[in-house]
Design a protein around this ligand. Structure first.
Ligand code: ADP
Length: 700
């Protein structure tokens, strides 16, 4: 199979080596770059992560700065604070000065909580649960006994009225007054009851409470009940609105839950009214305004609840373990999809005379996202197609530097210092992922790699063909040498043998002498023919062959050649049939060359015929050309060999060819001669039936 490799010449070896030297490194390099592209996405991710970290650090620094400023200014304020200062107004002014933080809260040593709108657990321990000790006490007890045990309401009423007259503290007064109202209600005298309760409505902003509840609130609540019982809807509605307003304006401590109870029932009743009765336009506007206020209030109440439940113990316990005022952060997952982050710090011990052990805050996310971060990010330059955004814990976009909507992010880095639920995310403005971005490059490299492989493959195929061709030529050349040597030796030894026989004078018989002479002439002619072929070939191969074109009658030329060769043909047992036109066919040719071509064809017909020894030669004209055809009934040529027989040194590898002598040059020469005459040579053949060679040369 690898027979041809034996004939590889140094030239081919050099060619192969150089191709290998060029392509091998090329293939290795492209393979390596293809491999490196695999890691490309990972590298790219690391790079983006670095950028996201930088952005995150920048945002966190800013936030940290804000926190530090806030803490320092708060500490400065706290030093001037004492037990009696109004802490809620302090918180309100701190909130105004520090928009990054909201819902500021203070923690007192007994675990009370204060924020700018409500307090929790700051119930005044001195708040009266019943009457203060006064002359009215015994009357009051008698009234209660009549009201609750004997259910003698008129007796109870008269006792309450007497107690009221004797009461000397405003708190006692308010308590007894409300009892009087209640007795009227119990008696079904709603109008009278309402009148009694109305006496308490002036106490809105005074610290007059019944139990923990402001007296005014109790009064409006009861008045609403009264009007409701009287089915006086307008009055009911008006008083309920007033109750709602007061609840929002003057929330009292949340402990005990009364405040929320009052607020909820007022809200519910307003809703019920709204469903059956119409509010006036002015009332509606007021209600809308208050609704917003209520929502804010409920939010801060909710926050108080969270702090109370989850953070207060920690704040109190770490007070003992730390002396620093460093800000601590806590993230609370209050609902599966809602987290709250709180920060707090302890004021230095020297500041704690105000009875504040911690000050805390919530981040104002809206301000941070719309003011603080955009300001920082406006100074960040990220490169052409990259944008930055902030994601929450559910990966939904809270803020993006670009206005366009992007869905997939490249990388996202968590905040570390504060705002732990948030991430800084980098986006490709085209919405691509890292894999998609790296994929584009990967495809490019893959195409390149495949391209190089293809080029290499083509190179190898070309090389292999060259190797096979070259080795074939080499093989043919060596075969040619042995053929030619054989070709030369045979006629030479024949000439010598017959020459010596003649020289010795033993042959005297006339016919024998003639035969010997003709053999010598024939063999020397063949020798000349062979040598001419070889010489011509070498001239043609090196393009040194010159032609002597002359106007010639082709019919005459063919007739002469046949005459000269006829003897040889007949000698071999062939009969020759010639079809030549009467009138001359004029062409401009090299006479010797064309007759050499004709002889080549005739000699092939002789060599490659078996038993059917018939040759036909014809000359004719056909559309501007002179045609010579030589037809035999010999062995014929297989279809696949037809093209190759004109190649130099080529001889069809079969038994006939091996038996006959030849150089594989005859047809090569014939074709190049005919082509030098602007003509062409063709063959039609069928194995076993014979071949027809046609030469056509342009007419003059
Ligand atoms: P050579 O005859 O010296 O071998 P040629 O170039 O004249 O070289 O011919 C090339 C080959 O073509 C021959 O070896 C032979 O196999 C084939 N061939 C040429 N002429 C004929 C023909 N008339 N019939 C059959 N085979 C032929």
């Amino acid at each position: 199979m690898f027979e041809f490799l034996k004939h590889i010449t140094p030239r081919i070896k050099l060619l192969s080596l150089s191709i290998l030297l060029i392509f091998l490194p090329g293939a290795i390099i492209s393979y390596l770059s293809l491999k490196s592209i695999q890691d490309k996405a990972e590298n790219q991710r690391i790079e983006y992560r670095g950028t996201a970290d930088l952005v995150r650090d920048k945002l966190e620094n800013e936030l940290f700065q804000e926190e530090t400023n806030f803490r320092n200014s708060a500490i400065d304020t706290l030093i001037n604070l004492n037990v009696d200062s109004n802490k809620q107004s302090l918180l309100q002014s701190l909130e105004l000065l520090n928009p990054t933080f909201k819902n500021l809260f203070l923690v007192t040593p007994d675990a009370g909580l204060i924020n700018s709108s409500v307090t929790l657990g700051l119930r005044n321990p001195d708040a009266p649960q019943g009457l203060s000790v006064s002359p009215s006490t015994s009357r009051f007890s008698r009234a209660e006994e009549a009201e609750f045990i004997r259910r003698n309401y008129s007796d109870a009423l008269s006792n309450y009225e007497k107690a009221l007259a004797e009461a000397n503290s405003p708190l006692d007064h308010a308590l007894i007054q409300s009892r009087i109202g209640r007795i009227h209600f119990k008696q079904g005298k709603f109008k009278e009851g309402i009148l009694e309760y109305k006496k308490l409505t002036g106490f809105e902003y005074e610290d007059i409470t019944i139990g923990q509840v402001p007296a005014s609130t109790v009064a409006y609540y009861q008045i609403s009940r009264g009007y409701q019982a009287l089915a006086s809807m307008d009055d009911y509605q008006k008083n309920l609105l007033e109750l709602y307003r007061q609840l929002l304006n003057n929330p009292w401590d949340l402990a005990g839950g009364e405040y929320l109870y009052y607020l909820r029932s007022a809200t519910q009743e307003l809703l019920d009214i709204a469903s059956i009765n119409q509010f006036t336009q002015a009332e509606k506007e007021k209600l809308d305004e208050w609704k917003i206020k209520e929502e804010e209030l409920l939010e801060s109440i909710k926050l108080m609840d969270i702090i109370n439940k989850y953070l207060l113990n920690e704040i109190r316990s770490d007070l003992n373990s730390t002396l620093s005022s460093e800000i601590k952060h806590q993230l609370f997952q209050i609902e599966p999809d809602a987290a709250i982050e709180l920060g707090y710090f302890h004021p230095p011990p020297t500041h704690q005379k105000s009875e504040i052990i911690a000050l805390g805050f919530q981040y104002d996310e809206k301000y941070i996202l719309t003011e603080l971060f955009p300001r920082v990010l406006s100074t960040v330059e990220l490169g052409k197609d990259i944008s930055v955004g902030i994601l929450n814990e559910k990966d939904s976009l809270l803020f993006c530097k670009e206005t366009q909507q992007v869905t997939q992010y490249l990388v996202a880095e968590n905040f570390k210092h504060s705002l732990h639920a948030w991430k800084v995310a980098l986006f490709d403005t085209g919405g691509k992922t890292i894999e998609q971005l790296a994929g584009r490059e990967k495809r490019l490299y893959l195409a390149l790699f495949l391209g190089i492989l293809a080029v290499m493959l083509i190179g190898i195929i070309v090389l292999a063909r060259a190797v096979i061709h070259e080795s074939e030529i080499t093989r043919l050349k060596s075969e040619f040498v042995s053929n030619v040597t054989h070709e030369l030796k045979t006629p030479l030894s024949l000439i010598r043998m017959f020459g010596e026989t003649l020289d010795s004078g033993i042959v005297t018989e006339e016919s024998k002498l003639k035969e010997f002479y003709s053999i010598i002439r024939e063999e020397s002619e063949r020798l000349t023919h062979l040598i001419n072929n070889v010489l011509d070939f070498s001239r043609m191969d090196s393009a040194r062959k010159e032609y002597n074109f002359q106007e010639t009658d082709l019919v005459l030329l063919v007739r002469h050649s046949l005459k000269a060769y006829k003897f040889h043909i007949h000698d071999k047992g062939f009969d020759i049939e010639s079809k030549l036109p009467e009138d001359p066919v004029m062409v401009k040719i090299d006479k010797d060359a064309i007759s050499q071509t004709l002889l080549n064809l005739l000699s092939n017909s002789v060599k490659y015929s078996d038993d059917k020894k018939h040759i036909q030669v014809e000359v004719c004209r056909s559309s501007g050309s002179a045609i010579i055809t030589v037809t035999d009934q010999g062995i014929g040529i297989a279809r696949e060999e037809l093209k190759k027989i004109f190649d130099k040194f080529y001889r069809i590898p079969n038994a006939n060819t091996r038996q006959s002598r030849g150089s594989g040059l005859g047809l090569t020469l014939s074709r190049s001669i005919v082509e030098a005459h602007d003509g062409n040579i063709a063959v039609v053949s069928e194995p076993g039936k014979g071949s027809t060679f046609t030469i056509s040369i342009p007419l003059m």
